[in-house]
Design a binder for this molecule. Sequence first.
Ligand code: NDP
Length: 449
Amino acid sequence: MVHIDEKLEPILAEVLRRNAGEEEFHQAVKEVLESLGRVVAKHPRYANHALIERLCEPERQIIFRVPWIDDSGQVRINRGFRVQFNSALGPYKGGLRFHPSVNVGIIKFLGFEQTFKNALTGLPIGGGKGGSDFNPRGRSEGEIMRFCQSFMTELHRHLGEYTDVPAGDIGVGAREIGFMFGQYKRLTNRYEAGVLTGKGLVYGGSRARTEATGYGATYFVQSMLATKKHSFDGKRVVVSGAGNVAIYAMKKITEFGGKVVACSDSNGCVVDEKGIDLAVVKEIKEVQRERIAEYARRKGSSARYIEGGSIWDVPCDVAMPSATQNELTGKDARTLVHNGIVALGEGANMPCTPEAVRVFQEAGVMFGPGKAANAGGVATSALEMQQNASRDSWTFEQTEARLANIMRDIHDRCAETAAEYGAPGDYVLGSNIAGFVRVAEAMEAFGVI
Ligand code: NDP
């Protein structure tokens, strides 16, 4: 079991004290600090000038009121957030999440993770994250539009293609990005395409951005499997969630010859031994915006729906948790190990609890952490920014080829870094150190700011 180096302990203690009650943020910082002991031992200068302390403190945190009017004429109030975590490598970059569970601690954990993830891509992007405790479920299109417009009415003054460039996340897809971009354009009277990513194709979006996170995570797992002479071919795979990341992970896994036998939403999971029929999932989730239970109703006897059941009880060779944080516990990990899992790639951010990660690593399961495995989304967002800046538009094949290369590079950089620091095969350590070193080099160059 990894411990925090004694030099770094006071930093963690201060983060816990200063951000009381923000459990997800504590969890994310602790995991990174556990990895950094080895870097500080080798390169003590990284601990100078409170560099690590500064890295744990967001550069700016914005919290604002979002008033909007529902379809019955009632005024509703939500809370909006943008945490601009670190801009050492480029403009703040990271998604917006609309979900009732959102609070400042969750946004901070996501912004912190994003800083390392974005560094790992090798592209010039800093880290940030935002969102609202607004619950889009059951809301009409008009309500969603009015909410997005009100949210952007405050947020727009903090954004800009050289300042902060949000994208989507849970509850924010192409429709919401469209409403927000429209409002930004109207408020600023500027067609500044590079201010948001995940845009529609006709107004500056990039081909393959929608697919990028799920595809990228699958490429990452493919690279991990290849190190042990495995492939997806013939493997049973379980993917949690049924949103953007899950859908395109399932698509690429199937293309690679794997068989996805289960997926889920927050109410329950569906198991289909014939292989999940993606066209049906897409129709239910992307078009009709219904519950995954509907899948079993449509598919009849080949599929079963388990209300409230754990998707991790379904035996598989590869798992890709792609729904939300801490959705896979130590107990779930032990079940998966018992059922013979060989590899896991985190499509979501921090979906495995620290105990689950430990169980996988001790059992020798190849484990791809989210900050490396799901970096394909933000990497393709950076490619969208490149296309916007050059007023160009690439083909799907060109963009996907760039994504595949980036994911291979991220995999190799994590693997090489882990080996260099004496922990071959430990992608958690490799990703934390490789991401940290890039951010730290830039922060060092800037002096104390
Ligand atoms: P979506 O909103 O498109 O989908 C989220 C899916 O997860 C939905 O099916 C949702 O079900 C399900 N879900 C949410 N909470 C739970 C839960 N507690 N248990 C089971 N299922 C749940 O979001 P994304 O696919 O965009 O994001 C998924 C994850 O991937 C998040 O962790 C996000 O931060 C991460 N990510 C996303 C990127 C992107 O480009 N979109 C990039 C990198 C990471 P329901 O409808 O019931 O809520």
